[in-house]
Design a binder for this molecule. Sequence first.
Ligand code: UDX
Length: 458
Amino acid sequence: MDNTGAAVTAQKGIAVVGSGYVGTVMAACLSELGHTVVGVEIDPDKVESLNKGIPPFFETGLEELLTAGVTSGRLFFTDDYQLAMDRTEIVFLCVDTPPGTNGHPNMNSVAAAAESIGAAIREPHIIVTKSTVPVGSGNWLEATIGAALPDGVDADVLRVVSNPEFLREGSAISDFLHPDRIVVGGDCEASVEKVAAVYERILSQSFEGGDPTRKPALLKTGRATAETIKYAANAFLATKISFINEIANICEWLDADVTEVAHAIGLDERIGPRFLSAGVGWGGSCFGKDTAALASMAREQGVEPLILDAVRRVNTNQRHAVVRKLQHHLRPLRGRKVTLLGVAFKPGTDDVRDAPALTIVRSLEEKGVLIRATDPMVTELTGAPDIKIFSNPYEAMRNADALVLLTEWPEFLDLDYSRVAETMAGNVIIDGRNALDPESVMSAGLVYEGIGRFASRK
Ligand code: UDX
């Protein structure tokens, strides 16, 4: 296999800087669509495995696409910015922006990438921000990259465009290839058009597996507007979840069932059915970080983010709902054995960033609970390394006083409840995702309690 990228020299390709979730998915999908792509990654070990088609994390379908891209010669990875800039004209910036201080994302990786890009630019380049960066970062990037340009290279070679991503972990490839909309924001019309053209086959859905009856919308906006759209989209989704969680908490005291309430209100087209599943709340790398960042941007501008603050508080409280339920059933809690079914922040991923499981483990540990966990993909809970994670759920629940479903993995939805009842010492099942069938659980003589469902607070 030729990993030097010789095949890419024939025409100006696309650079994708950063090989995290977004960058790797993007590089693989763009090469699948026929583009020549150079992935830039500063970690040489990652570069080596990516060039063998091995992704640095699990994402459904990614390994196949990566392997196909690398084998075709249209995709290769390098840690050499100069080589990447010389062979490309459009550069997608996909480096990580982890949570920083005061709600702001940590921009160290973006700053480092910007300087490396600037130092390697000799000809016109369009830099496209995919990383979720605070609104106004386009201006800052222009200045940072501009300041790093080699002597004699005019700042006019540079255009910065915002093109936010809306990928969900676990379905990132499908989200990339079948988006609802593509947003491209910038002041230079020609650059916006060039970036939009990268997505031509997605916009027309003219690739194998494309659905021409569901073509995505293309929205061309100002740069700050595009940057804001990303934050607003995630904040709204987080708001929907916190809203239904608040309704669930009210349902518990009114003898109403939130799953039926959510279904009924979701049938109203103005509301829509999705992101109305009550449970232990949202986690993951985006919602917490982005709502915090938007709230701090608002405060900086003198706007009080009343709704965002409430959405975040509801989510934090919601994680403790299952702890309160355990306290109710297992009083006193100290010394009790509790098994967590799932620790990933959602099914289909091994990601535990900001997972509700972390908060719940900390709270239960403080109360002297003995915790075990089971997860089909996670083997270690970063932040709580002492928690033993079993791959077999029955092994994990041996002699447990209670089970708590935190991630609705398919494996946990059709457990043999007679076997569960025999294996556990106690009989309590807390369904933190409202994903189990209460009748099946109860018919095995077990006690079922969901979030905002009937019989939740008897
Ligand atoms: C999210 C956005 O969906 C995506 O567009 C953005 O680019 C990145 O952030 P992701 O974090 O991968 O994607 O997960 P998502 O599927 O949106 O779920 C986020 C969290 O919300 C999970 O913890 C999930 O369990 C929870 N959730 C989701 C609910 O609690 N209830 C719901 O109804 C939906």
